[in-house]
Design a protein around this ligand. Sequence first.
Ligand code: GTP
Ligand code: MG
Length: 452
Amino acid sequence: MRLLDLGGHVGFDSLPDQLVSKSVSQGFSFNILCVGETGIGKSTLMNTLFNTIFETEESGHYEACVRLRPRTYDLQESNVHLKLTIVDAVGFGDQINKDERPIVDYIDTQFENYLQEELKIQRSLFDYHDTRIHVCLYFITPTGHSLKSLDLVTMKKLDSKVNIIPIIAKADTISKSELHKFKNKIMNELDKNGVQIYQFPTDDEAVAEINAVMNAHLPFAVVGSTDEVKVGNKLVRARQYPWGIVQVENESHCDFVKLREMLIRVNMEDLREQTHNRHYELYRRHKLEEMGFQDTAAESKPISLQETYETRRKEFLCELQKKEEEMRQMFVNKVKETELELKEKEKELHERFETLKRTHQEEKRKVEEKRRQLEEEKIAFNRRKAAVETMQAQALQVTSQQPLRRDKDKKNSKGMITKSNVEPLKYSSWWQAIQCCCNCLVKNPTGQERFL
Ligand code: GTP
Ligand code: MG
């Protein structure tokens, strides 16, 4: 590279100023996630940090699960606009099921939203409200003992997704010597468990020294208060106790000022950069790899997005075709099976129909036979009846002549002989003969003619 000396002023030395003015007009966004058990002092610290009273509502200890509650505020200092989002992990540390999943899911969702915006054809990243979490303030209870396992597990899960700054809350409740030991213990435990907390960058000369010193002070032990107490002739933010006053902004009382300096004044932009360049990049890489995209193909040959897309498309189409063929084959087999079943059923039905038809014909034949027999019997009966009637008539004729001759005076008023006026003893033998003949006919129907 050759170095050239300019003959005069060109003007590109104003480039940083251009960037600054553009950024200022655009405004900034900064998102803080507060993780700590209920009542640890999260809201108070936020109010103390930004020297304002954010709307807050106390959380109960009976939340069913951990939920994330984001609140966005527009702040202005001089001519710089800051869109500040404070996300509270409500109910954390209270539940029997102390799951850190909702927090991890929330962080991932913000990354996913950003990725989706990036992948759009028509992107509007310029005015996109970036909700990715830039820093997680992890509030440690000032027990003086060691870290809780919940703290270790949660920080371990979060360290690859967000910049974690651990802070010891309510540091006024722990003595100076205990606090020193507690800090060392916490750092040792984090180190032992491989938890990566955010380190203030030391690569920028302007802030390397102060950041290095501050790294040695981690975790910051803070006190929060928005109450103003008169110390000497000055009003300071402090917590007043019967035995004295804890000044929030007094560095010999707590690390609040260190935290504010590091978080807001010195490293805010680095936190935003780290979020984008490290945590979001990691998420994006995993996500794209999951989708099948990669930078290098086999034998470390670089592969473009277009090529990957084509390969994936071909693979997908092949798989689709295979699946289609499988499904078609399955359908054909199913149809064949059903056809076979239907055929068997049809055969069965046909056989049953034939059997029923045969039975019906047989029954019909039997009924016909019976009817024919009855017809014959009826004819025979009618013939016998006619014969008997003829004989009765003849017999009556004969009888009527005999009694008339003997008992002329026994006629009824119409002059006809009735059965009542015939004396039984006087029945002649012909009547008995007729009765006998009738009996014979009943016993021997075919002998009628012979009888006649
Ligand atoms: P939730 O949002 O309900 O989970 O509570 P929080 O974590 O926001 O706690 P909050 O700020 O509401 O404070 C709870 C109590 O702790 C209040 O009474 C505060 O005054 C007190 N408190 C806050 N900061 C400190 C501190 O640094 N030291 C002491 N001793 N008390 C504090
Ligand atoms: Mg709160």
